[in-house]
Design a protein around this ligand. Sequence first.
Ligand SMILES: Cc1cc2nc3c(=O)[nH]c(=O)nc-3n(C[C@H](O)[C@H](O)[C@H](O)COP(=O)(O)OP(=O)(O)OC[C@H]3O[C@@H](n4cnc5c(N)ncnc54)[C@H](O)[C@@H]3O)c2cc1C
Ligand SMILES: NC(=O)c1ccc[n+]([C@@H]2O[C@H](COP(=O)([O-])OP(=O)(O)OC[C@H]3O[C@@H](n4cnc5c(N)ncnc54)[C@H](OP(=O)(O)O)[C@@H]3O)[C@@H](O)[C@H]2O)c1
Length: 293
Amino acid sequence: MRYRAALNSRRSRPAIMPEHAMTTLAPIESQKLEPTTALSVETVEDVRHWNEHLFSFSITRPPSFRFRSGEFVMIGLPGPTGKPLLRAYSIASPAYDEKLDFLSIKVEDGPLTSRLQKIVAGDQIYLGKKPTGTLVADALLPGKRLFMLSTGTGLAPFLSVARDPDIYDLFDAIVVVHSVRRVSDLAFQDELEARLADDPLVGDEAAAKFHYVPTVTREPFRNSRRIDALIEDGSLFAGLPGEARFSPDTDRIMMCGSMAMIKDFADRFDAMGFIEGSNSQPGQYVIERAFVG
Ligand SMILES: Cc1cc2nc3c(=O)[nH]c(=O)nc-3n(C[C@H](O)[C@H](O)[C@H](O)COP(=O)(O)OP(=O)(O)OC[C@H]3O[C@@H](n4cnc5c(N)ncnc54)[C@H](O)[C@@H]3O)c2cc1C
Ligand SMILES: NC(=O)c1ccc[n+]([C@@H]2O[C@H](COP(=O)([O-])OP(=O)(O)OC[C@H]3O[C@@H](n4cnc5c(N)ncnc54)[C@H](OP(=O)(O)O)[C@@H]3O)[C@@H](O)[C@H]2O)c1
């Protein structure tokens, strides 16, 4: 009941998109999509453009679609031959939400995103029926602090996990770390800086437990070094309960970003005695690449 009431109040909230961040794009060729055994057809509800490389959007959620916060799913559009052209996408909204949010890169000549970036409200999109993934609470052992380390669009699954009320029952501190090249790559910065205060599902718990650590590595910003440097000088832990270092006894870590980032951090945590977790064998850290390549 609590969630239902919260969802209703969420729906009536005004859009938080600042005028200056909006970009008007021509509608994609209007096509009527047909569902398949593996794919449903959903409707785009809104689109938010952050810069020339990044946008986010919401689509309708079929009543039968179940997922765990942090999972990814295939989405897509008809390809050049008419066959669905699909790519993996992390769901950026929590499992309790009525709609599904996504955060997307715009790859200039990318087969999918060169077209996906042109979607507008009312357009149709394919949604896979089998969400999956390892960035889920189930793959982690109990702990006190949850750190979600992300680069670029690797933020997406953590927007889901951090807005899921269940995670606040499991941990004393929920920390989202987001490293990007430019300030405008800090998608949802205002909402995260405000500690999700307007979020009807987690606003109260987040005020006490949620922490946001953004860093911008190629433009001036208050944090301007990579995540590993913030770990080494202790600044990543500023304002958090507990010690200014990671411990496998108390800390659980989720990581999502480029292959290089994930490999570097997995090596670092292995060396510190952390054990990687999976759905079948929960551990102290979990990883997922934000893209292939
Ligand atoms: C498990 C998983 C989850 C993913 N979740 C997301 C997500 O939530 N949001 C998202 O935008 N993408 C995500 N991706 C990447 C996504 O599947 C596509 O690669 C992306 O949408 C680009 O598709 P494309 O067809 O335009 O180009 P592709 O042919 O797929 O990619 C072309 C090149 O663009 C670069 N690239 C692709 N995706 C990204 C990215 N996200 N960030 C930086 N560079 C990239 C790579 O160098 C890649 O080789 C995910 C990938 C995986 C494997
Ligand atoms: N974002 C943009 O403005 C932009 C512009 C042009 C093209 N692109 C395209 O988009 C692709 C992805 O760009 P992106 O900005 O999303 O991702 P990215 O290049 O992976 O950078 C995102 C953040 O991760 C940091 N990082 C990269 N590797 C790391 C590692 N091994 N350990 C710790 N931190 C690491 C980067 O720091 P550093 O800055 O120190 O590398 C940056 O802060 C690029 O390959 C490029 O083709 C992006």
